[in-house]
Design a protein around this ligand. Structure first.
Ligand SMILES: Nc1ncnc2c1ncn2[C@@H]1O[C@H](COP(=O)(O)OP(=O)(O)OP(=O)(O)O)[C@@H](O)[C@H]1O
Length: 353
């Protein structure tokens, strides 16, 4: 297998949810034309505001629901699971970690039960010494040591961080190649978030996992992810290595997102105050979906969807401002345009490595 071949790939991924009771039928355009690739030993962050479609992408990649359009490839092969056996095979390779480790662990079962069950589902029945060794190894991988201290505990006897580690261990029991981590730290105490990210990074390196890290916190994307993809209203608006995307954002939306870190909700209120609300995904704005909030938008932006345009090595932005069209908008400083100083200095992105 060539090193640079993606493990998991989404091509022109699309998800439209029907709006219940609408006549004529309307749809929430949650995800449109999303392409992404996950590679061995690499973390890709998917960043965006609430409702931008991040979780939908994770659930599509996990095949928890059908796509409206597009394709999911595992090692270059169409991975659409057409029956239970195929789905089971897929889930062994592609595991998901959820936001709420309390909700995702059954409160009536001990760590031993949860992990044994996962091992049984994915690796067949293990017994005696073999089972104990596998349980020990799983807890060791997520740094819950010594295993004996945790193995017979119930979820309520563990801290949030320990619960999330157990949820990660349960995912590792499948011996996956891909982890889809949907906001894995957002419900945890700030003081233990870094520990979980460092654990995931360790797993990336030691097990060469391909990780999709979903977050609305662009600072953690910079800290943790090799590459960052920024999503706005169901579409990818910028991609590149995390350092460049966060330090030198090109798309006006990414610029706004970076400037309002670490509180993305602040972005919502500031942008609303300045330029209307986040768009309805039932009838998304034509052209660039960011155009109603963009201070630089022109007729071109209002009518034609911008493609992802190269804006540097390995970097792309879906903004007409970077095209060579004669009617392209001329970009300026987002902050000047909004007439505001940054709420929080960008240096908040400097997290202790
Ligand atoms: N099952 C569903 N039925 C209808 N609409 C849905 C469904 N799931 C998600 N949506 C809509 O799709 C859009 C994208 O939602 P999604 O949860 O993917 O966003 P998100 O970026 O993950 O947000 P958050 O950070 O709040 O989870 C939203 O408008 C949401 O209301």
């Amino acid at each position: 297998m060539p090193e640079d071949q993606p493990v998991l790939q989404a091509i022109d991924l699309r998800k439209h949810f029907p709006v219940r009771g609408s006549r004529p039928k309307k749809f929430v355009h949650a995800v449109d034309d999303v392409n992404l690739s996950l590679h061995r030993g690499t973390v890709v962050a998917l960043v965006g505001e609430s409702g931008s479609g991040k979780s939908t992408i994770a659930r599509l990649l996990a095949q928890l629901m059908p796509v409206t359009g597009g394709q999911i490839l595992l090692h270059g092969q169409d991975a659409t699971a057409k029956n239970r056996t195929a789905f089971h095979r897929y889930v062994r390779r592609v595991q998901m970690i959820f936001q709420d480790p309390f909700g995702s662990l059954n409160p009536v079962h001990t760590v031993r039960y949860t992990l044994t069950r996962s091992l049984k589902i994915h690796r067949g029945r293990l017994r005696g010494v073999e089972l104990e060794a596998a349980l020990d190894e799983l807890l060791d991988r997520v740094q819950l040591r010594p295993a004996a201290r945790y193995i017979d505990k119930f979820p309520h006897e563990l801290s949030g961080g320990q619960r999330q580690r157990v949820a990660i261990a349960r995912a590792l029991a499948a011996d996956p190649e891909v982890l889809l981590a949907d906001e894995p730290i957002s419900m945890l105490d700030v003081s233990i978030r870094l520990g979980i990210l460092n654990l995931l990074r360790d797993l990336r390196d030691r097990l060469q996992l391909a990780i999709l890290y979903i977050t609305h916190d662009i600072a953690s994307a910079r800290y943790f992810a090799d590459r960052t993809m920024v999503m706005y209203a169901g579409r990818i608006v910028e991609t590149g290595d995390s350092e460049s995307v966060t330090q030198d954002p090109k798309h006006p939306y990414t610029q706004l997102l970076v400037r309002s870190a670490p509180d993305p909700d602040d972005l919502e209120s500031r942008a609303r105050g300045a330029r209307g609300e986040a768009p309805s995904l039932v009838a998304p704005p034509s052209g660039c979906r960011f155009n109603p909030r963009c201070p630089f938008a022109t007729d071109l932006c209002r009518t034609e969807v911008p493609p992802l345009i190269s804006v540097g090595e390995g970097r792309e932005a879906a903004c007409w401002g970077y095209s060579d069209r004669p009617d392209r908008p001329s970009l300026g400083s987002v902050l000047d345009a909004y007439g505001e100083r940054p709420a929080v200095d960008v240096s908040v992105l400097e997290v202790d490595r």
